[in-house]
Design a protein around this ligand. Structure first.
Ligand code: T46
Length: 136
């Protein structure tokens, strides 16, 4: 799938003087059924994460707190996104190499994912990812 299929999705925001509320439902705000939620936190300053692609996984990444950058690469083009609001999510389709950096102090990166964890869904080697890209 091309990089253009990845996009920032604006989530519903129920604005309220008591505090705002946003929500995500399977096959509604996201184009997949959600099977897993995980989150990354306590990231030391200057750390890079990611450096892999998924064969079949669809994901939505939300900055629940703080901010960070995500760079997406489909083997041809690259695009960088800055996530800083919990009512925006970055949808990432399969076969996209991603790296995350520039985490602010106290940031929390949450991911809604279309499948349970499976290590064999990963390309953790860029050359292997590029070879697979060429045959797809
Ligand atoms: C991604 C980015 C945004 C599990 O056991 N279960 C899980 O659900 C996940 C996601 C990871 N793990 C294990 C696998 C590794 O031993 O946790 C360890 C750290 O995972 P990783 O180095 O892949 O973490 P990140 O932050 O580089 O990447 C993660 C996701 O793996 C990946 O799908 O897109 O967040």
């Amino acid at each position: 799938m091309p990089l253009d299929d990845c996009r920032v999705i604006e989530l519903p925001k129920m604005s309220d003087p008591r505090g705002n509320l946003s929500f995500v439902e399977s096959d509604s705000q996201v184009p997949f059924a959600i099977q897993r939620v995980y989150y990354v936190y306590d990231v030391p300053g200057g750390t890079d994460r990611g450096g892999h692609a998924h064969k079949n996984l669809h994901q939505l990444i939300i900055a629940m707190s703080g901010s960070f950058d995500i760079t997406l690469d489909d083997g041809k083009d690259k695009k960088k996104f800055h996530l800083a609001r919990s009512y925006y999510g970055l949808y990432i389709c399969p076969m996209i190499w991603r790296t995350m950096d520039n985490f602010s102090s106290g940031s929390v990166l949450m991911v809604l994912a279309s499948t349970k964890y499976a290590e064999d869904d990963y390309y953790r080697n860029y050359d292997a990812f590029m070879n697979a890209r060429l045959v797809k």
